[in-house]
Write a protein that binds this ligand. Structure first.
Ligand code: PMV
Length: 347
């Protein structure tokens, strides 16, 4: 096979953290465990063409995004290949052409690094399976998650299963700092097909990259308390996901989102990624929840966009609310309807 050319196409979804990863150490290791819902519709689709070349120390690849050369992203991929070379020494025996596209709009402010790194890692593992057909699926998925982590930490939660934990946690079976594992608890009915409507508040480039943000947790005055709290929140959230206590779920999820941003506001240098419309939306959600008793809540990633989470059965009413009271706060009225999904796939 290493003498042959071929092509592998895979997709991987984005994910939304409920317990946030913020702060890292060593080689992309998390300072605290995190938990996320895998998404279904916001995906990266990556086609990896490979052809043999004389093995050398250097990587050789071309990169295309939406069919156009994407040279400004090459250093990031180069660094990724460099990091995973010890684990995938065969990479230098091929020339690669990487063609990638996202199902969500370009520069929507939705981070494509999680889905992008997960899709590429999954392609690489499919190649590894061609080179070594005795690899079993369990190893393939675990190593794909391990590789994805080295590309972008949260990407390791986009490979497999609907609710994923990354980072060692006492109550999560086989949890690891090295890769994501499924939450070892059956999901309560109410969370099946749980909805995530992503309200696009600001599509601009982030002023502060997540790499810089993570590093600001070193010497952060509240770091230790925060890392401890993440462990506690994960335990409590695990219980909610099991017993369907949505009121408790809401408290933990919203507190996690605000704590993430509080960490940004209290680091040195400090920064604010929320926009005025982020706060307008949060207030509108709180008011809507109080008047309707519909258990909708919000979470935030490292940006101004708001993720609205709610049960599938309330979809119609919530969408009505969004269309009447929320769209005005979204840039160009844009939002994306997503829901809980399953992970990466070979297409
Ligand atoms: O994977 P990174 O380095 O882009 O960090 C992601 C950080 C958050 O999205 C803010 C939280 C998380 O757990 O996904």
């Amino acid at each position: 096979i290493s003498q042959q050319s071929g092509s592998i196409t895979c997709s991987a979804p984005s994910n939304i953290a409920l317990v946030k990863y913020w702060g890292k150490r060593g080689e992309q290791l998390p300072a605290n465990p995190s938990l996320s819902f895998t998404l279904q519709h916001c995906k990266t689709i990556t086609k990896l063409d490979y052809s043999p070349k004389t093995s050398s120390d250097t990587f050789s690849f071309d990169l295309f995004f939406d069919g156009k050369p994407k040279d400004d992203f090459k250093p990031k991929i180069e660094q990724f290949f460099q990091r995973i070379l010890t684990y995938c020494p065969y990479l230098t025996s091929f020339h690669f052409t990487i063609n990638t596209q996202n199902t969500f709009p370009h520069s929507s402010g939705i981070a494509s690094s999680a889905s992008g790194m997960a899709a590429l890692s999954f392609c690489i593992m499919q190649l590894e399976k061609l080179l070594n057909p005795s690899i079993v699926d369990e190893f393939l998925y675990q190593k794909a998650s391990f590789l994805a982590r080295l590309g972008s930490g949260s990407a390791c939660r986009s490979i497999k299963d609907s609710v994923v934990v990354w980072g060692r946690h006492q109550e999560v079976f086989q949890s690891s700092d090295l890769y994501g594992v499924p939450l070892n608890t059956p999901l309560h009915e109410v969370f099946k097909n749980y909805q995530d409507t992503i309200l696009l508040v600001d599509k601009g480039e982030k002023q502060v990259s997540s790499t810089v943000g993570h590093n600001l947790m070193h010497n952060h005055p509240y770091a230790e308390t925060r890392f401890f709290q993440a462990h506690q929140n994960l335990s409590a959230l695990k219980l909610c996901l099991q017993n369907g206590n949505v009121q408790e779920f809401i408290k933990i999820v919203e507190s996690e989102a605000l704590t993430l941003h509080a960490m940004m506001m209290t680091s040195m240098p400090y920064f604010i990624l929320m926009k005025p419309n982020t706060l307008h939306i949060i207030n509108a959600i709180w008011q809507f929840r109080e008047t309707t008793q519909i258990p909708v809540c919000f979470t935030l990633d490292a940006g101004a966009n708001v993720h609205m989470l709610y049960p599938e059965k309330d979809k119609e009413v919530v969408l009505q609310f969004i269309n009447s009271e929320i769209v005005g706060y979204c840039q160009n009225g844009h939002y994306i309807c997503d829901e809980i999904g399953f992970g990466a796939q070979r297409l």
